[in-house]
Every structure is written in C-alpha cells, then in structure tokens.
Design a protein around this ligand. Structure first.
Ligand code: HEM
Length: 156
C-alpha cells in the first residue's frame, strides 16, 4: 500500500512538477537550462525514487504495519535501503538547483518557441513581453502536433 501510493504520488506529482518546470523554464526566464545537469538530475531522481519506494512494497508484503514510529528488527535492512534512497533523492536536488540558479543568469538565451510547441504561450517571446499580441493570434494546429515543424499560417 505505502509503496504503491508513493509510486503514484511521487511519480505522478513530483515528476510531473519537474516536467512542468523543465518545459516552461525557458518561457518564464528567457534562458535555457543546461542539459547535462538536467540529465544528472533525472538519473539521480529516477534511481533515488526506486531505491526509496520499491522496498516499501516488499516491507508491506512482509507484514510491516503502517504508521509506526519503531519497527521490528526484521524490517531494518529494507528500511535502511529506503533511507539511502531518500538521501539520493536529496542529493538529486543539487544539480537541479545549481542548474536553475546558474542558468537564470548564464544560460543561453531562449528563443520564443524552443520546443516547437503548439500552444499559445509559445507564440510570443521568452519571457513574454508586456503587450503580447497586437491582433488576436490564430492557432492553426491542436496542442498535440508537438515537436513537428510549424504549419504554414494562412494569410489573414
Ligand atoms: C523522499 C520522499 C519521501 C519519503 C522518504 C517518504 C516516506 C514516507 C513514509 C516512511 C511514510 C510513512 C509510512 C507508514 O506510516 O508506514 C510516508 C507516508 C505518506 N507519504 Fe511519503 N515519503 C516521501 C514523499 C512523499 C510525497 C512526495 C508524497 C505526496 C505527494 C507523500 C505522501 C505520503 C502520504 C499521503 C503518506 C501517508 C500518511 C498517513 O499514513 O497518514 N510522500 N511517506
């Protein structure tokens, strides 16, 4: 139970949160993140997540009760593995924070739409200027033609 919901919550919310930050960082700051630091962050987070939460499944199967402050000695090794995994997760924040702080002032300048994304915010500069559009913009494709070359915009 505890292993399962942490996979759902950590995988679904924390990874989703990171994905959103990586996606919109150029739009918010006008700068690109460093890809190597981003990959280091992902790999450490991936390893840390699995080291922390996978053993919880086995602990549950072995009958460890929930919501206890002290556990029986037979659960110690796997709980220590969870603790080690959470330390890896803590360390994973270092490349992420270093990247976010360093890139904000030193990262390469972001163009308006570095991802070839199709939604409205990517049709303006990064970061957005105060008066974004003089006329209402026309979106010619749905948001899921993601990464494809932009289609020709019909003449008004
Ligand atoms: C390093 C990250 C994390 C670690 C090491 C961790 C560890 C734990 C542990 C040891 C418990 C107690 C389980 C038990 O009582 O048997 C717990 C409970 C819980 N955790 Fe996490 N957790 C982490 C991250 C998260 C995140 C990101 C979320 C939500 C997005 C979350 C949601 C919960 C919930 C809902 C409970 C149940 C609380 C309860 O029983 O009332 N955890 N966690």
């Amino acid at each position: 139970m505890v292993g399962h919901f942490h996979y759902v919550l950590f995988g679904g919310s924390v990874f989703g949160l990171y994905a959103g930050l990586y996606h919109w960082y150029p739009k918010m700051t006008g700068r690109m993140l460093n890809e190597t630091l981003g990959k280091a962050h992902f790999i450490l987070t991936f390893i840390g997540t699995n080291l922390t939460f996978l053993p919880m499944h086995q602990l549950g199967l072995q009958g460890m009760p929930r919501r206890v402050a002290m556990y029986d000695p037979q659960f110690q090794a796997l709980n220590q593995l969870c603790t080690f995994g959470s330390i890896v997760l803590g360390i994973s924040l270092l490349p992420f924070l270093a990247n976010a702080i360093w890139s904000w002032s030193r990262g390469p300048k972001a163009i308006g739409n570095p991802w070839n994304a199709k939604t409205l915010e990517w049709t303006t500069a990064s970061p957005p200027i105060i008066e974004n559009w003089e006329v209402l913009p026309v979106l010619t494709e749905g948001p899921y033609a993601y990464g494809e070359e932009p289609a020709e915009v019909p003449a008004p």
